[in-house]
Design a protein around this ligand. Structure first.
Ligand code: ZN
Length: 160
């Protein structure tokens, strides 16, 4: 029985029901078929409506793998200039609203947690380099005060 090869189009003598003339053609043909199938599958997934369940699962996955953090960082870097400009133009318009929003936000648990984290992070990164030695007499208790993240200066301790 004579057949046409599906890959190269040559006619060949077929003893079984294969559709390619030789092994090389078969490999190439299979590769292309796989590619087409993948594209079709991708289109199917892309065209599907995103359900609530899908969204929540995806969000969970993003949090778990750290993808969200990465993505947010990139997004922030991309839109940094835009946000600066937006704030400059709209700050006075939305000042009152923003202050009220921040007031509310400061009372929530999530703000308290993030504030604690921020403080701890800053403390970890602080260096301790005194700019000068203690000029006060020994009787006065002193306290080192950070003027930048690197340098400290001795100051008399406040009585609170
Ligand atoms: Zn062939």
């Amino acid at each position: 029985m004579k057949k046409e090869c599906e890959y190269c189009g040559k006619t060949f003598e077929a003893k079984t029901n294969r559709i390619y003339c030789d092994n090389l053609c078969q490999e190439e043909g299979w590769r292309i078929k796989k590619k087409i199938k993948n594209i079709q599958n991708y289109k199917k997934i892309k065209g599907r409506k995103k359900t609530e369940r899908y969204k929540t699962q995806r969000r969970k996955w993003a949090k778990k793998t750290g993808y969200m953090k990465k993505y947010m960082k990139q997004w922030r870097q991309k839109n940094h200039q835009h946000w600066i400009e937006w704030n400059r133009n709209n700050y006075h318009k939305n000042r009152q609203k923003e202050l009220e929003r921040m007031k509310k936000y400061r009372q929530t648990e999530s703000y308290k947690l993030s504030a604690r984290k921020k403080k701890a992070r800053r403390k970890r990164q602080l260096a301790f380099i005194p700019l000068w030695l203690n000029p006060f007499p020994k009787e006065i208790p002193i306290q080192y005060h950070h003027i930048t993240n690197m340098f400290v200066i001795p100051l008399p301790k406040k009585n609170t």
